[in-house]
Design a protein around this ligand. Sequence first.
Ligand code: NAP
Length: 295
Amino acid sequence: MSKTIAFIGLGIMGLPMAKNLVAAGFDVRGFNRTPAKADALAEAGGSAAATIAEAVAGADVIITMVPDSPDVEAVLTGDDGILAHASTGATWIDFSTIRPDVATELAGKAKDAGLKPLDAPVSGGEPGAIDGVLSIMVGGDQADFDAAADVFDAVGKTIVLVGPSGAGQTVKAANQLMVAGNIGLLAEAVVFLEAYGVETGAALQVLGGGLAGSKVLDQKGQKMLDRSFDPGFRLELHHKDMGIVTAAAREAGVAIPLGATVAQLVAATVQQGNGGLDHSGLFTVIEALSGKNEN
Ligand code: NAP
């Protein structure tokens, strides 16, 4: 018998992930704060739950994919949240990107309530979610991780248990540090190349074949050339993530000077009203620093 999965948070990432779980044969009940988004899951063969209680009742696996630490906390521990309604022994997988210390604390509460918690933030963006090829960095117990392999396989390609509860979020914080830094340097390179009138499409093609090549270049380079910053991954979420990595590094006594600089540039982009752009929209601030954004 296929597992029943409750999927809470059907946004840019959650909806395509939930659809892939339906395609893999799971019985998926979706809940979304704005109910209309759950209809798209129902059309794809899942079902729409009106409340978290309805979604999680009797579910074998409960998934959350919401923006930030307070959102996960509310969905888990709220009066009508997961802990109030989940069956003992259910696995709780949190795919959201949140603070490692909060993930550890919430995993403890979930365990106390008889659930099997796995923090499992993802990387690969909306295309990775649609194609079911996300990288998933998991924190939790080995047995719980092994038992959830069928769920992870339906949404991801590189799936690694990196340590106990919270460790997945720590690895994700490092991921976000590297991605933001890469985007910042790619934006600087594009502004530099344009200043010299270089044929930028050709330039990015050849750069992509050498040591400067990266998935960031592949996925974000053309967006910068086209000034096309529809999300994708919203800058305000990356701003959240730079806050997470900055605080966690400080706590660990680790200096991340390049990360701190990029965090400020991300913050500036958000403060200029561009938090809704894709994170490649960091380009707008990098370009403005050189006064090149006037035409
Ligand atoms: P999103 O499109 O904004 O979706 C967030 C979902 O969470 C929406 O369905 C939203 O409901 C729901 N939600 C927000 N606050 C809630 C609350 N307090 N209670 C219940 N539901 C709530 O965000 P996303 O891009 O899918 O990102 C989700 C998570 O994945 C974030 O932690 C993000 O950092 C991470 N992530 C995103 C990407 C990416 O490329 N987008 C990649 C990797 C990781 P409404 O529809 O009512 O707003």
